[in-house]
Design a binder for this molecule. Structure first.
Ligand code: CU
Length: 132
């Protein structure tokens, strides 16, 4: 009995270890980082479209915090580029955000009209882990 419990425990610990080791850090915009699309020659919709995001993966936003920030907002505010009362705010210039749940997470730059100019990204988290 005790042995069975121990085996089960070891199995779950192994699964957990696998999930951690397969987590991916995605640098948003790759080498362009988080910037105005026409400056970085980057389209964030295209950037996100060919990726499969999993719970536990990490988004890395890299930018100059003199010019940009990161605001996590609702879908409605994402669409209208409304940065008021965000769900979460980041402004370090090198922010790591762990994807915690399945579903869409919306990020915009809250500075001036950057979001309207395309500095916004819709991350669709579709899977629990790469093993599923
Ligand atoms: Cu900006």
């Amino acid at each position: 009995m005790a042995l069975a419990i121990r085996k089960t425990l070891a199995f779950f610990m192994m699964i957990t270890a696998f999930q951690v080791s397969f987590a991916t850090v995605y640098k948003v915009g790759d080498s362009a980082g988080w910037t105005l699309p026409f400056i970085g020659h980057v389209n964030y919709t295209d950037w996100a479209s060919n990726k499969t995001f999993h719970v536990g993966d990490v988004l890395e936003f890299t930018y100059s915090n003199l010019f940009h920030n990161v605001e996590q907002v609702t879908q409605k505010k994402y669409e209208s580029c409304d940065a008021t009362s965000p769900i979460a705010s980041y402004s370090s210039g090198n922010d790591y955000i762990i994807l915690k749940t399945i579903g869409h997470e919306y990020f915009i730059c809250g500075v001036a009209d950057h979001c309207l100019l395309g500095q916004k990204v819709d991350i669709n988290v579709t899977a629990i882990s790469p093993l599923v």
